[in-house]
Design a protein around this ligand. Structure first.
Ligand SMILES: Nc1ncnc2c1ncn2[C@@H]1O[C@H](COP(=O)(O)OP(=O)(O)OP(=O)(O)O)[C@@H](O)[C@H]1O
Ligand SMILES: [Mg+2]
Length: 214
């Protein structure tokens, strides 16, 4: 389990397999917090910086170039380090609420449980490379694979990950649930099948609870 907690600002992350509603909920949370006059910044991984977005494009869009799991992980970590140094840590240091669409848990779920790399190795790399910033709260949007596939089926372009087969996503989903089970105080598992506005309400309540308890 990753240890370090952010000491200023608030780091809120969203996780879950494809199409469960991360982009929808991160935007709704940002809008709700902004409406309350709270300083907040929405970003995503991989990406979140120009450099990170270029790595994201290599990773996800250039699927014609096969990448092994280790190379995939190295690119993700490079993007994360840059994102942490240039965006996430500075924003937290000025007291912002930083909302991230996928973060460290995604590397554990996709490259660890999904690709089969050692979860311990991925955690160790995060510690050694000073990437082990634990979110204040994480929302794991969970839905069965059929729901995930149904929600993304009309997309024109399927990226490197979205082209994977069902067993991969089953492992990723189970990995996410195991991560949540190991860290229940931080990771809140939400049923992604319930109405988006009801989910948004639950998420907003939880986040404001933490803000006002600080
Ligand atoms: N609670 C919900 N109930 C029904 N449909 C939803 C819900 N939340 C989002 N959707 C719809 O599902 C689709 C995928 O949502 P969204 O893009 O937010 O998922 P995502 O987790 O960000 O996907 P990705 O992992 O590919 O980035 C969209 O068409 C969105 O409108
Ligand atoms: Mg999204």
């Amino acid at each position: 389990m990753l240890k370090k907690r952010c000491d200023t600002g608030l780091l809120v992350t969203f996780e879950g397999i494809e199409g469960v509603g991360k982009s929808t909920q991160t935007q709704l949370l940002k809008d709700a917090l902004t409406a309350q006059g709270l300083p907040c910044y929405l970003t995503r991984e991989p990406g979140g910086t120009d450099f990170g977005d270029r790595l994201r494009a290599c990773l996800l869009q250039e699927y014609a170039h096969p990448l092994d799991a280790q190379t995939e992980l190295c690119l993700l970590l490079a993007a994360r380090r840059h994102h942490l140094q240039t965006v996430i840590r500075p924003k937290l240091a000025q007291g912002d609420i930083v909302i991230v669409d996928r973060f460290i848990d995604a590397s554990l779920a996709y490259q660890g449980y999904g690709r089969g790399l050692s979860v311990e190795l991925i955690e160790r790399l995060h510690r050694e490379l000073n990437l082990d910033l634990t979110p204040s709260i994480t929302f794991l949007l969970d839905a069965p694979l059929e729901v995930s596939r149904e929600r993304i089926k009309n997309r024109i372009f399927f990226d490197r990950i979205e082209r994977e087969h069902n067993p991969f996503f089953i492992n990723v989903r189970n990995g996410y649930l195991e991560i949540a089970n190991n860290d229940p105080k931080r990771v809140h598992v939400l049923d992604a099948c319930i109405q988006a506005d009801l989910l948004a309400h639950t998420i907003f309540e939880k986040v404001t609870e933490i803000i006002y308890a600080q």
